[in-house]
Ligand binder design. Structure first.
Ligand SMILES: Nc1ncnc2c1ncn2[C@@H]1O[C@H](COP(=O)(O)OP(=O)(O)OP(=O)(O)O)[C@@H](O)[C@H]1O
Ligand SMILES: [Mg+2]
Length: 290
């Protein structure tokens, strides 16, 4: 079953798309079958993975969410064999208005993803920079969400609003959603303010901040214009190293989660076994002794 992770922050330009594309590529490099789902009408993730805009105007996420098209017909291959992309384009802007009248409008994406849940290990959703109905659809479909935060002044502005939106979604639509982590992005270690902001965020969210920090790295800003994720564009760069580490953190966390589930199962087994023992019919002698 796919684990769906939404990359969300209503602040613009904080590294959502860079994180979606490069984290997904690193998961794919670890042999995890991964889909990038571009939910932003800007379509940046689609272009960053080398798709020509004209190639997908008739079959993209808009058609799967609104037009009743099977999502499998809206998915395209990338240079990495384990990485696919479901693109968006600017007709998704109209989707906001069209969705307003729709039945179960917050669950359109969740429903569209149903046929591919067993195809992928991870589905990474690149959300637009707003708390619009599109982002609500992304968060409603997701198991968890990552908040990329730029280490600059005002970084935490809007975070309370995002967390509050997720709280409402959790209460009313998607009880299982959890915070995968806050990811510090575009970090410049020479900048004292960046250090202060990073420390402040870590102090507020000690358990929920990724250990890995994404450095400001020129290769990361170059690779979208070449239509390549960083691990293909320059595997030796600091940016590639950082996103590989984020992928590792996510995979390890998932392993812990599976072990936890198995432990719970074995606990259930133990209880069942114990009950079996309890219900063993005692021999006559034992019965007498009791
Ligand atoms: N770690 C980094 N180092 C250098 N440049 C970066 C880094 N991360 C992102 N950038 C650049 O910063 C800009 C904004 O990043 P990105 O597009 O990922 O943000 P976004 O949150 O998706 O933006 P939007 O809100 O518009 O969707 C881009 O030009 C990107 O190439
Ligand atoms: Mg973006």
């Amino acid at each position: 079953m796919a684990r769906i992770i939404a990359i969300a922050n209503q602040k613009g330009g904080v590294g959502k798309t860079t994180t979606s594309v490069n984290l997904a590529a690193c998961l794919a490099a670890a042999d995890k079958k991964t889909l990038v789902l571009d939910l932003d009408p800007q379509g940046n993730a689609s272009v960053a993975l080398g798709l020509e805009k004209e190639a997908f105007t008739n079959a993209n996420i808009y058609h799967a969410m609104i037009g009743g098209e099977n999502i499998e017909n809206c998915i395209y291959k990338t240079e990495l064999s384990y990485l696919d992309i479901c693109p968006s384009d600017n007709n998704l802007i109209g989707a906001e208005v069209e969705l307003m009248q729709a039945f179960a409008r917050e669950s359109k994406l969740k429903a569209a993803l149903e046929p591919i849940m067993k195809v992928y290990d991870y589905i990474i959703i690149d959300c637009p920079p707003s708390l619009s109905l599109l982002t609500v659809n992304g968060l409603n479909a997701a198991h968890s969400y990552i908040v990329p935060m730029q280490t600059e002044y005002f970084a935490m502005e809007g975070l309370a609003q995002l967390i509050n939106t997720v709280k409402l979604i959790k209460q009313n639509l998607n009880p299982i959603i959890e915070l995968e982590g806050i990811l510090l992005t575009m970090y410049d270690g020479r900048n004292n303010l960046a250090k202060l902001v990073a420390n402040e965020i870590r102090t507020h969210f000690p358990q929920d901040t990724f250990k890995t920090i994404i450095p400001r790295n020129v290769k990361l800003s170059e690779c979208p214009s070449h239509g390549k994720p960083i691990i293909i564009y320059d595997i030796t760069s600091k940016g590639a190293e950082a996103y590989l580490n984020v992928a590792k953190e996510i995979i390890l966390k998932e392993k812990d989660r599976v072990v936890e589930d198995e432990n719970q199962l074995s606990l259930v087994d133990k209880i069942i076994n114990k009950n079996e023992e309890t219900f063993e019919i005692p021999s006559f002698d034992e019965y007498q002794l009791q």
